[in-house]
Design a protein around this ligand. Sequence first.
Ligand code: C2O
Length: 545
Amino acid sequence: AEVVKHTFKVSNIVVRRLCKNKTITAVNGQYPGPTIEAHEGDSVAIHVINESPYNITIHWHGIFQRMSPWADGPNFITQCPIRPGNSYTYRFNVIGQEGTLWWHAHVSVLRATVYGALIIHPRVGGVGFPFPNPYKEETIILGEWWKADVVGLQNKALASGGAFNISDAFTINGRPGDLYRCSNKHTHKVEVEQGKTYLLRIINAALNSQFFFKVANHRLTVVGADATYTTPFSTDVITIAPGQTIDALLHANAPPANYYMAAIAYASAPVSVSPFDNTTTVATLTYKNSPPSSSSSPPLMPSLPAFNDTPTAHHFYSNLTALRPNSVPLQIDQHMFIAFGLGLTPCSANQPLCQGRALSASMNNISFSFPTAVSMLEAHFRRIRGVYTKDFPNRPLVAYDFSNPSVNNVGSFQLTDKGTKVKRLKFNSTVEMVLQNTAVLAAENHPLHLHGYNFYVVAQGFGNYKKKEAVKKYNLVNPQERNTIAVPVGGWAVIRFRADNPGIWIMHCHLDGHLSLGLAMALEVGNGPTPSTTVPPPPPDYPQC
Ligand code: C2O
């Protein structure tokens, strides 16, 4: 095994998109940032130097961070931020996972532009891919672009208690593509040879949008999700939520020509997204030796689902299974029922532009607030009191019909408490969480991401979770393994995992606008009996507040 080393210089740069120059925060002057490539079994050391004007942390999304919780990255959960002018080296091992992950800033809304791919190749000398070796690999990172400064937009949203603005463009590898103004010279291009097979490593790095992704005239075979192998799943459309990754094989077996690969938002909430034209980001797929495309013969466009096509999204999300039978826990030590969603609270004193009510979000009626003086992990390690409490409830504090927006639930759900509460879990205990989406303000599909673990998605469905019917759907043989689950709109999902990774791990909605509203909670997982199952001391350069 090797040590993969990188230096990440974070700084502000100017890039031009949608006919306008804009200052963004980026790593090593690149947007998207550099790709990290490792093999399963390697160690990784990333020296992050903060030359930007902002506080920075970087999260290695999907990496388990076993015995390295200090390197996980979420601001004030596992570390204080790296202040401007300071640096921190993230050190972790890549063990027990292969496929595509990614990294991103985990502070404020900086991950809008501070992100990149983290690719884990099969172990050197191991068995390799569980499918024939692809001829080439292509990374496809889906993202979003705002004309305005995102930190300014976030400050405005927080001060007014309103929602974060909808983006001005979607992007593939940082580029909006042909269908947007001033963008056709910079469209991302993938060149293929007929008869060959390509592995697409698709990442949704968008702040606030789920996507449908399609390639004109080509079917895709999904072989991996969130750096776990799946049963090969043939599909013409991929649905992918922020935080998730999909590995899919593309067989270049169409007539040699130019094709678009395209992504459009899957928006279950009533936001103003019109399905085609300028809300679609594209890249071109060009067969070698095919005649160049021109304005009179543009690449062939795939026909995309409607932006609110929940059946298509659900079909994709619920039909993936793990490639092999896996060790999903069968006996459960800790049952939790977590209802979550958006609500309203009275304006608070630090919201000067707020009128009447402010948006908030919560899990089991607790709106998560981040500590400000010390990280939760350091508080856990040094037994510092008063940073968080251990009373995160096992069930919602207010019971009601979760899935029915016509029942007036707003009165109860808006009474959310603010707090920094954790659920304490015994080391090695088995956990089942029923994740119940609420439809109080609007029915939305929330992608929930758990740090430090993959979990097994044993079932999902619409409406209120009802145990009797749900257990009939449980897959306890080869459920898909994920680090981010898009809980169906007005529906539920059941996940299971074994709490065998000590530390403090945040679980949150990966729509960034909802994280800052409090759609989060954290787990405190106790130490195991041996040194190799006990949180080690923080590294010497661990950032201080
Ligand atoms: Cu990809 Cu807590 O994040």
